[in-house]
Write a protein that binds this ligand. Structure first.
Ligand SMILES: CC(C)(COP(=O)(O)OP(=O)(O)OC[C@H]1O[C@@H](n2cnc3c(N)ncnc32)[C@H](O)[C@@H]1OP(=O)(O)O)[C@@H](O)C(=O)NCCC(=O)NCCS
Ligand SMILES: CC(=O)OP(=O)(O)O
Length: 332
């Protein structure tokens, strides 16, 4: 079974109520309907009632069991969410007027549904930017008390019969933390390792990537990566991790053996940690658009409750896959 089919069937075994903040987008509606077909749900579409309904009419899915619509302009929940928003942001000097306005924003409304326990997870970002989507999650749902920070990763499903023999990998952080310091990089690596176990069921082999392998270059950016490895190893002594490694040394067994002899993971890494968001975001898009990987993400980690982002270039199938991922996170 393919990795993504496996994700969907595991999620269908424990369905969760997921709210989608962009119910006005045709891909989101199509992805939601496919998720219901796969046994996921229930699903709430947030958006202008007329626009959401028009998509459902086209899809011949008006009145579909398990599918709900919430329009923040008319919803009976909006006033309560405005009060909740005010409560959450009053330390920032937010006024009642601003809170009332914000509760009408579909991204905020959907995040507040999760915060308030009215849904178990949310997905947005097919239309909104990552900054907008992530800010709503950070401010309304917030960081889990035991997390060092909120970060993100992509689940990369490799093309069938890939010559490497791999089927799936974790790439982090390709979406959220712009320029992590060594301690933040170590925290991102630890969180990605946990997500590898949770979503792929694989033992993590973590590579901290760089333009250098084991001292082949000297620069403060290389030192940041080796410092991150030292912190990661001190905090998680049983985790298989190594760095600094170039991508080829991390991924290709022969190259790993020659550039990093004796490394516990070189050539066999399944969790790739990029040194900053330039490398991560560019790297995942190259693997997706030239390498033919199916990229599911950015999946957020470290939040108190599940909220996930999509790329604006996503397809309806990506939306369905992200609903499955969010459902699995909700079951945690
Ligand atoms: C995510 C992002 C928007 C946060 O930016 P920011 O300027 O720190 O955001 P804000 O200051 O508005 O943060 C909102 C809150 O979240 C907190 N926060 C920000 N980043 C956080 C993190 N990584 N972990 C935990 N909390 C975080 C802030 O401390 C702030 O808390 P407060 O308002 O209660 O004081 C920013 O890091 C970003 O734009 N990242 C890149 C997104 C992107 O374009 N990716 C490429 C496409 S995928
Ligand atoms: C993850 C990402 O790069 O998102 P977008 O393509 O929407 O900027």
């Amino acid at each position: 079974m393919s990795v993504l089919r496996d994700l969907q069937s595991r999620a269908a075994a424990r369905p969760a109520h997921i709210v989608l903040s962009e119910g006005h987008d045709q891909r989101v509606v199509a992805g939601a309907l496919a998720a219901l077909d796969a046994g996921l749900g229930p699903i709430t579409l947030v958006g202008p009632y007329a626009e959401v309904t028009a998509h459902l009419v086209k899809a011949n899915a008006v009145g579909r069991v398990g599918l709900h619509i919430e329009d923040p302009e008319t919803s009976s929940r909006t006033a309560g969410y405005a009060a909740l928003y005010l409560d959450l942001r009053k330390h920032k000097g937010v006024s009642e007027d601003v809170a009332a306005l914000q509760a009408h924003d579909p991204l905020v409304f959907a995040a507040l549904m999760v915060r308030n326990g009215d849904a178990e997870g949310t997905v947005g970002g097919a239309v909104a930017t990552t900054s907008e989507t992530v800010r709503a999650a950070l401010m309304m749902i917030g960081k889990a008390p035991d997390a060092a920070l909120v970060s993100s990763f992509f689940l990369m499903a490799l093309p069938a019969n890939h010559p490497s023999g791999r089927t799936a990998m974790i790439f982090g952080d390709c979406g959220l933390v712009i320029d992590p310091d060594a301690a933040e990089l170590a925290a991102i690596a630890a969180a990605c390792a946990t997500s590898c176990v949770q979503l792929l069921g694989d033992t993590p082999k973590v590579a901290l990537l760089s333009f250098s392998t084991k001292g082949s270059a000297r620069h403060e950016r290389v030192t940041k990566v080796t410092d991150a490895l030292a912190i990661l190893q001190a905090d998680h002594p049983k985790l298989s991790a190594d760095g600094e490694l170039q991508f080829d040394a991390a991924f290709v067994p022969d190259v790993g053996a020659s550039k990093a002899p004796g490394s516990p993971i070189a050539g066999h890494a399944n969790v790739l940690i990029f040194p900053n968001l330039d490398a991560g975001n560019i790297g995942y898009k190259i693997a997706q658009r030239i390498g033919g990987c199916n990229a599911i993400g950015p999946i957020l980690q470290g939040l108190a409750k599940p909220a996930n982002d999509l790329s604006r270039g996503c397809t309806a199938t990506d939306v369905t896959n992200m609903i499955a991922v969010t459902t699995l996170q909700a079951a945690k």
